[in-house]
Design a protein around this ligand. Sequence first.
Ligand SMILES: NC(=O)c1ccc[n+]([C@@H]2O[C@H](COP(=O)([O-])OP(=O)(O)OC[C@H]3O[C@@H](n4cnc5c(N)ncnc54)[C@H](O)[C@@H]3O)[C@@H](O)[C@H]2O)c1
Length: 354
Amino acid sequence: MTADAAKTAPSDLAYVPFVSVENMMRLVHHVGIETFLEELASHIEADFKRWPEFDKSPRVASHVPGGVIELMPTADNALYGFKYVNGHPKNTRTGHQTVTAFGVLSEVATGYPVLLTEMTVLTALRTAATSALVARHLAPKDASVMAMIGCGAQCEFQAMAFRALCGINRLRLYDLDPKAVEKASRNLTAQGFEVTRCGSGQEAVEGAQVITTCTADKQYATILTDNMVGAGQHINAIGGDCPGKTELHRDILLRAEIFVEYPEQTRIEGEIQALDPDHPVTELWQVMRGETPGRRDAKQITLFDSVGFAIEDFSALRYVRDKVQGTSFAEPLDMLADPDDPRDLFGMLTRSAG
Ligand SMILES: NC(=O)c1ccc[n+]([C@@H]2O[C@H](COP(=O)([O-])OP(=O)(O)OC[C@H]3O[C@@H](n4cnc5c(N)ncnc54)[C@H](O)[C@@H]3O)[C@@H](O)[C@H]2O)c1
């Protein structure tokens, strides 16, 4: 390197560890997907248990034609994280995914990022890890069969997490699109699941102790009607996560004990947008701390009204940061301008000419 080149070469402070999609997939295989889900769930649980330490707000949602684009920030005393994520239910018709995401973790002390990572794969993993972690507190203890309505991108991740954390190995799959059922069935059979393909949602829920709804539709949808849900079932409702985008008939909500991540966000985005603003809900962090019971009896219908909250992404970012530090899973990205004299940004620019 010439002396001039050395002058303009990035310093160590300029580099931010970057995890590409390829490296995220390598990392998941290196760790093992079920171990990854278990470790991620432990990080999420640890952060839920220290809930009051976090700076929290409902995510910032920009509703755009065809979907939503959201920013999800949160911070504790040491780290700040945010995720960029979209939700476009019609995207698959043009070969795009419904949900894509990336995220950043930064040091609070300096504001400097310490990680930039893909989060499309990571969001599917963290959503599944959260669902299964919650089900450990809410699902019947002997649950062995799960109905899955909606067999798109999230479906297999949910199944993997429920097996890793709750021991559920028997699945009943239904989707409006038979090709989606075929795809999920192929993938999950290859993972050793016992899979039944069903011709309707009604058929899928028969004999299931857990029902996962994982569909994507922008209008108020009714994936589950009241007659489909019986005593003792646990509902893991993933797909209702935007104003006007819900999956359950209101009567189910009136019979169920409802558990949520962050009520201020869930009342805007979750199934409970159909209820009065003061309808009682239980916050999951209190269940995880043992301050409030989860499932109380065998007959209770429990509902996890999942919308996805920033702290779950923060936990995922923290987990990935720890895993990739000093490994080839992260590449140094020249992302932060770092002049020798911190106040001479302009000098750095002019010296780089020619
Ligand atoms: N709660 C969370 O934290 C969280 C996180 C990620 C994604 N999501 C949501 O989960 C949902 C699924 O995401 P995805 O990436 O798998 O989407 P996707 O588009 O890949 O799959 C959705 C599937 O739902 C099916 N479907 C639509 N309407 C249906 C109906 N009425 N009955 C049966 N099947 C129906 C579609 O055919 C499709 O196969 C989306 O709504 C997404 O916004 C929630």
